[in-house]
Design a binder for this molecule. Structure first.
Ligand SMILES: Nc1ncnc2c1ncn2[C@@H]1O[C@H](COP(=O)(O)O)[C@@H](OP(=O)(O)O)[C@H]1O
Ligand SMILES: [Mg+2]
Length: 247
């Protein structure tokens, strides 16, 4: 029987923070820059996360952006879904909007997750307490800084929302969790590892996290592509979905 001395959310947080410290140390070394820095960071953070999960939860399956996928996981009820470095481009550019994602989907539901933002010195996990945040009169929407989707721009125009460009799905989702933004809308392509941990934390924080048609987010699918999502304050969900349905 494997050891469960820490619960799944604590384990996810510990591992995400440890990978984050490694990524900060690699960047501080200054041996690589640009693409090579991102490649090394992805590779070493992935190795650390896979080793830690295999030791702590040997009975569970793993889906990682940086590891092969034999799809044996599809028959497993508990699957860890990890992105060792989300926002690789931003990490390589010396910015602080990048993240480490460690999530656990149970029966395809994003139940547990941790999102570390190592360069911002903060980690969020689905087991923590979340502060109550007031909704401002003018909504703020985080969007990809390099490829903001047309659907997000349409919603922003309709709501007169302020647009905040930012890298990394995890960094954007956590901006909504901690009240720096109210809506994160993505379309056009993403994978389960990009949004599983962010969605798990967002749902635990009482936010709405769905597909752009309002459907539930389902994980551990045969094809790990999960191309669009909406994470927002629960009270904004219906109005955003109605705007999207009308486009
Ligand atoms: N159209 C698309 N197709 C595939 N992946 C996409 C995508 N748009 C964004 N992503 C992925 O989603 C994450 C956040 O992107 P963005 O900062 O543009 O919002 C990045 O993950 P990685 O950095 O792990 O590759 C990026 O590769
Ligand atoms: Mg990613």
């Amino acid at each position: 029987m494997e050891s469960r001395s820490v619960n799944d959310a604590e384990l996810a947080r510990d591992i995400a923070e440890e990978a984050g410290r490694l990524l900060l140390a690699i960047r501080a070394e200054g041996r690589e820059d640009g693409k090579a820095l991102g490649v090394r960071g992805d590779h070493e953070a992935n190795a650390l996360i896979l080793a830690r999960l295999a030791a702590a939860r040997p009975g569970d399956a793993i889906l990682s952006e940086e590891a092969g996928d034999d799809r044996v996981r599809c028959a497993c009820p508990r699957v860890w879904i990890v992105d060792p470095l989300d926002g690789t481009r931003e990490y390589s550019e010396g910015r602080d909007d990048w993240a480490v994602h460690v999530a656990l989907a149970v029966d395809r539901v994003p139940l547990i997750g941790a999102v570390a933002l190592p360069a911002q010195g903060v980690t969020f996990d689905s087991g923590q307490q979340f502060a109550t945040i007031e909704t401002p009169r003018r909504p703020r929407m985080v969007v990809s800084r390099t490829r903001p989707p047309e659907a997000a721009l349409t919603v922003a125009r309709a709501l007169d929302a302020e647009l905040i460009p930012m890298g990394s799905a995890g960094a954007k989702a956590m901006a909504v969790v901690d009240g720096r933004a109210d809506i994160y809308l993505h379309a056009g392509g993403q994978y389960e590892w990009d949004n599983c941990a962010p969605a798990a934390v967002a749902i635990a924080a009482g936010l709405s996290a769905t597909r752009l048609d309002g459907a539930a987010l389902v994980y551990n699918c045969e094809d790990p592509m999960l191309p669009d999502l909406l994470i927002c304050r629960a009270e904004l969900r219906d109005v955003v979905l109605a705007i999207l349905a009308g486009t």
